[in-house]
Design a protein around this ligand. Structure first.
Ligand code: TXA
Ligand code: MG
Length: 318
């Protein structure tokens, strides 16, 4: 799609129908979810999936999440198992991704799972995402709609900044509510937290009635650790737990801190901070700013996922 103009679609019935038609035709369309914008492609089309990897510059070994309309559609693709089904019933539709053994003969393009025998599935709750999935009538593979390694997009403008001219269309549903990606659980061997996210681990443990196993964040074994340690990265460096700023730094505050260039939440509200995180990282990442210094964020509730993203943004660049 490089060089082709990217259509801007409003999230009205016409825009949603156009987005679904483009997806059915094998094109790549960015659409809003409650977490971040996703870059969609028909999960059964090899070329649509190849287009996702190409537009993002995503390494071929990093598998994609498949978005479906409901639990039944997910169960047609994976074996959720008893615990997976319970979790699906508790949290779907919503910002939970479940990694489970893939069923044979689903027709899902091989590149989606990147050679794994598991598949990540999710049923989003955002009304526009749900309307697109319903109208499209097929599973939609969708990673976050950013260039690989960059900050995830929480608005159509963010998507454009990264992918304009590289994808067929952006469906504009306004800013994302949660602002952080889904929580990812693997249910093939116990229930393991692969990525902290929009649903705090404590809420999942309460529903499950037992503690989660903790695993390697996101991608596991075969990947060189350095490769994914650095992720969600603005161009400026990021310094964590900053109490004061040094020359060349701007402060991204949390709580009532003086002298901040921007504040995640002046009142110290973690939901507000999550919603603002990626947008403010993009905003502060401007010429003349060498370092974005970030106030300490408590590790409770959504704070765990916020700190996870900030640690990756601050990790040494490969
Ligand atoms: O909220 C979200 O999850 C957003 C929206 C668009 O749904 N999507 C998203 O996708 O964050 P992405 O591709 O940026 O992150 C998905 C993560 C990747 O780190 C990938 O490695 C992991 O999920 N993943 C996908 N399939 C997997 C699998 N079979 N086993 C383990 N990890 C998997
Ligand atoms: Mg991503």
């Amino acid at each position: 799609m490089t060089g082709t103009a990217t259509e801007h679609l409003d999230a009205d019935p016409q825009g949603i129908a156009r987005a679904a038609a483009l997806l059915r035709a094998g094109a790549n369309v960015a659409f809003p979810t409650e977490t971040v914008y996703g870059l969609g492609g028909d999960a059964r089309s090899e070329s649509a999936v190849a287009g996702i990897y190409a537009a993002k510059g995503r390494p071929a070994h990093n598998p994609l999440i498949v978005h479906v309309a409901d639990i039944a559609a997910a169960e047609a693709l994976v074996d959720l198992g008893d615990e997976g089904r319970d979790l699906a019933q508790a949290f779907w539709p919503g910002p939970l991704t479940i990694v489970a053994p893939m069923r044979p003969g689903t027709g899902i393009a091989a590149a989606v799972a990147a050679g794994k025998d598991t598949l990540a599935v999710r049923v989003p709750v955002h009304p526009v995402a749900r309307a697109v999935l319903a109208s499209c009538g097929r599973p939609v593979a969708a990673p976050s709609a950013n260039r690989s390694g960059r900050v995830s997009p929480t608005s159509a403008a963010h998507v454009r900044a990264d992918l304009d001219g590289r994808i067929a269309a952006v469906l504009d549903g306004g800013p994302c509510d949660v602002g952080l990606e889904s929580t990812i659980l693997a249910v093939n061997t116990g229930v393991r937290l692969l990525r902290p996210g929009a649903i705090p681990a404590g809420a999942i443990e309460a529903a499950l009635g037992k503690p989660l196993l903790r695993g390697p964040a996101e991608m596991s074994a075969p990947v060189a650790p350095g490769l994914l340690a650095s992720h969600y990265a603005p161009r400026a460096a990021v310094r964590l737990n900053a109490e004061t700023t040094r020359p060349g730094e701007v402060l991204l505050g949390f709580g009532p801190v003086p002298g901040s260039a921007a504040n995640l939440s002046a009142s110290g509200d973690l939901h507000e901070a999550a919603r603002n995180l990626f947008s403010l990282l993009r905003e502060l990442d401007r010429p003349g700013v060498d370092v974005i210094a970030v106030s300490p964020i408590p590790q409770t509730g959504l704070g765990a996922a916020i700190n996870d993203r900030l640690r990756r943004a601050a990790a040494p660049r490969g």
